[in-house]
Design a protein around this ligand. Structure first.
Ligand code: 0T9
Length: 429
């Protein structure tokens, strides 16, 4: 009816104005109930593997990547790289469109508390086997989520972390992502994946949605390098969620103007994309389907029922707040959130009084020069990417990099500690 629509409109207008003038952590802003999501950011880690078959195909030595072009020299490494790129493209729809699909628009996720965890698994018969997903809030101020997704049957594991820095300008929220993902396949092959910048549009109309901008880089240990460039509605093709991906034998080939890419993939990551060989792309000769996001149903992560969860697990901890959000009950949302926040505040106070800090559960903050468990240093140097704590995908030595450097402290990145998970006794999947 018109009166409740007026109230909603008023609070949205007010929220919009608050956003425009707010300085600091935007995630702390009070928003009108209809724009709140009952899902915590710790759950977003599952978006990396809603197509476990594509993730695990990266280590299937028998599988030949299709389409296969005549005149291209394939080898095991190139074959694997193509599987990695297809899996990565398949994750984007989940990452950036799923709230629109399930709730009608992007919504403000629950802001995870320190130590909040979210765990689940995708169970399949052999040869896929079980893929586990572990997600942990490793920092609250600023909010940082770390995750590990692994499948021991196929020796495939993904680890990473992310932090979003928000900035409001010209009626838009601009979001820089910090962090990266590392995909390990078998004993020796690893891939560094950087996270793109994005912005939230549709704020004035109270119908927000994500648009990607900038780039993702994928660098493999064998040298292969891919650059994926994102464009939105207003750009070149005019279609939303567009991208163009160029695959090279090496970063040097990418930098060398005279060298054509091995392959060029273009289209929509939320729909259809097409692959060409580097020779055919300009003439649009011999297009082949690369990936069709509409045809691949996602595989839903299985999560224990709330009654069996620990108090640190996301869905259990946020149960009352999530219910209040679903009911659209402003007072109840406020009330239930206050209970959770006060509990957290008193925990931090107790820790301070006892003179110890909260310890993260499955992840360690590792200085780059001590990071012997991942290929991050090697892969970053191959791709000439910054190893500092700067927006993901920043070029090493660039002006942009120096803009973000505050002191000469060695950068630190979150890394999964498998031993800690193997020793875990309280949380099970
Ligand atoms: C990592 C992803 C990230 C998290 C979200 C910016 C955002 C929080 C971070 C970057 C995932 O791998 C990918 C997807 C969406 C990103 C979110 C979109 C969004 O709007 C929120 C922020 C915090 C807001 O909720 C802003 C206020 C709201 C009114 C807009 C709907």
């Amino acid at each position: 009816d018109s009166s409740s629509a007026d109230v909603a409109n008023f609070t949205w207008t007010k929220f919009f104005k608050n956003m425009a003038t707010f300085k600091g952590d935007l995630s702390t802003l009070t928003a009108p109930p209809f724009i709140l999501s009952p899902v915590s950011l710790t759950e977003f880690s599952q978006y990396w593997s809603e197509h476990p078959d594509l993730l695990l195909a990266t280590n299937n030595k028998e599988a030949q990547f299709e389409p296969k072009f005549e005149g291209v020299e394939y080898n095991q490494e190139l074959n694997q790289f193509l599987f990695v790129v297809r899996w990565f493209i398949s994750t984007l729809k989940s990452q950036y469109c799923s709230r629109n699909e399930s709730m009608g628009s992007e919504k403000k996720p629950l802001n995870p508390f320190l130590g909040e965890v979210f765990v689940g698994k995708w169970e399949h018969e052999e040869p896929l086997g079980t893929t586990y997903c572990l997600s942990e809030q490793v920092s609250h101020h600023p909010p940082v989520t770390a995750y590990s997704i692994f499948n021991d049957t196929n020796k495939v594991s993904l680890q990473g972390y992310n932090q979003a820095k928000l900035n409001f300008s010209s009626a838009m929220l601009s979001v820089k992502q910090f962090g990266h993902a590392l995909l390990k396949i078998g004993e020796t092959n690893e891939y560094l994946i950087t996270l793109p910048t994005l912005h939230i549009e549709g704020l004035i109309a109270a119908a927000p949605y994500v648009e990607l901008e900038g780039k993702t880089y994928i660098q493999g240990t064998a040298g292969h390098f891919a650059v994926i460039e994102y464009t939105g509605k207003g750009w070149m093709s005019g279609k939303k969620n567009s991208f163009k991906c160029k695959i090279f034998e090496s970063k040097q080939d990418h930098d060398n103007e005279g060298t054509k890419p091995l392959f060029v993939i273009s289209g929509q990551w939320s729909g259809l994309s097409t692959i060409y060989t580097g020779d055919d792309e300009k003439k649009k000769k011999n297009p082949q389907t690369f990936y069709d996001a509409d045809r691949e149903a996602k595989d839903v992560l299985s999560v224990k029922p709330i009654e069996e969860q620990s108090e640190l697990e996301s869905r259990r901890a946020w149960k009352d707040v999530a219910e209040a959000i679903k009911e659209g009950d402003f007072n109840k949302i406020h009330q239930t959130k206050t209970v959770l926040e006060e509990k957290q505040r008193s925990l931090r106070k107790q820790e301070e009084e006892a003179g110890h800090k909260w310890e993260t559960r499955w992840f360690d903050l590792v200085p780059v020069d001590e990071d012997h468990s991942s290929g991050f240093v090697k892969l970053s140097s191959l791709a000439q990417l910054s190893m500092e704590d700067v927006p993901s995908g920043t070029i090493a030595g660039s002006k942009n990099e120096s803009k973000w450097l505050v002191d000469d402290k060695v950068a630190q990145h979150w890394r999964f500690n498998r031993q800690k998970w193997d020793d875990e006794s309280e949380i099970n999947i």
